[in-house]
Design a protein around this ligand. Structure first.
Ligand SMILES: Nc1ncnc2c1ncn2[C@@H]1O[C@H](COP(=O)(O)OP(=O)(O)OP(=O)(O)O)[C@@H](O)[C@H]1O
Length: 238
């Protein structure tokens, strides 16, 4: 039996980038512990992730975690509330070592994750402990971005396209670790263009286009509906 997970509720979210409106009254509910958000390039997925983390201003709307309003709060308050983001592109510092990245996050929130456990679960990082960010491969950077996020012992982890540019083997390893976090009670919001990764990670999928969530469907429904795949992910039907 999984531990109880936190509920994320987003209602009527409007977010702009510069003068351009990007999210247009987006609604999303994560109540079952794991939700994948799938959509094509430009659907607004990264904008959503950054807005949840307080890294883009919310024009209007509500973002709550277990009923506590977070919209309009700065990123450090949102991190303190237990949300962590694994950003698109990994954002690893070129001149910090693997170990320094992890130590930066040490002791932020109590919980089962510490550097020893990150090294145990991601042994490749232990081998690269003294290497600098700019010496890591794409897969190693993604492992570090995930390890660093886990060091904060999050209640909700938001992952923005973690599978981008990685081999299927590495993606599988990361998804296994994410599933383990979920079993321990962390809620997972996995944003992807890669349908396979999204379907593996969650039983429920929010389909995003044009800055809103248009449908929320089960992963079985998406898997069997080629029209939906074509419409939201641009996967060719035949
Ligand atoms: N820094 C920025 N300044 C202004 N507009 C931006 C910026 N970043 C993205 N946009 C615009 O916001 C819209 C949504 O982009 P966003 O990155 O959220 O989409 P996405 O679904 O994550 O796609 P991708 O997978 O390509 O990142 C796009 O029209 C994009 O051109």
């Amino acid at each position: 039996m999984a531990n109880p997970t936190s509920a994320l509720s987003i209602r009527g979210l409007y977010v702009d980038r510069g003068a351009q409106p990007i999210l247009h009254g987006l609604n999303l509910q994560l109540t079952g512990g794991r939700l994948a958000v799938l959509g094509r390039n430009g659907a607004g997925k990264s904008t959503l992730c950054l807005a949840i983390m307080g890294m883009l201003p919310v024009r209007s709307g509500s973002i709550t975690l277990d009923g506590v309003e977070l919209a309009g709060k700065p990123p450090h308050d949102i991190a303190a509330a237990g949300i962590t983001l694994v950003p698109q592109g990994r954002r690893v510092f070129p001149s910090l070592t693997v170990d320094e990245h992890l130590r930066l996050m040490e002791g932020r929130r109590p919980g089962p994750w510490n550097a020893a456990r990150v090294y145990r679960e991601l042994p490749r990082l232990a081998e690269r402990k003294t290497n600098y960010g700019n010496q890591l491969s794409g897969g190693e950077k993604q492992m570090l971005a995930l390890g660093r996020a886990l060091m904060t012992n999050p209640r909700l982890i938001v992952l923005d396209e973690p599978s981008e540019g990685l081999s299927p083997l590495i993606v599988e390893h990361l998804l296994q670790l994410i599933a383990e976090c979920h079993r321990e009670g962390t809620s997972i919001l996995l944003v992807e263009q890669n349908m396979r990764a999204g379907l593996t990670a969650a039983a429920e999928v929010a389909l995003m286009s044009g800055g809103v969530v248009s449908h929320t469907v089960s992963s079985e429904t998406l898997q069997s509906d080629e029209n939906l795949q074509h419409q939201y992910l641009g996967i060719a039907t035949h």
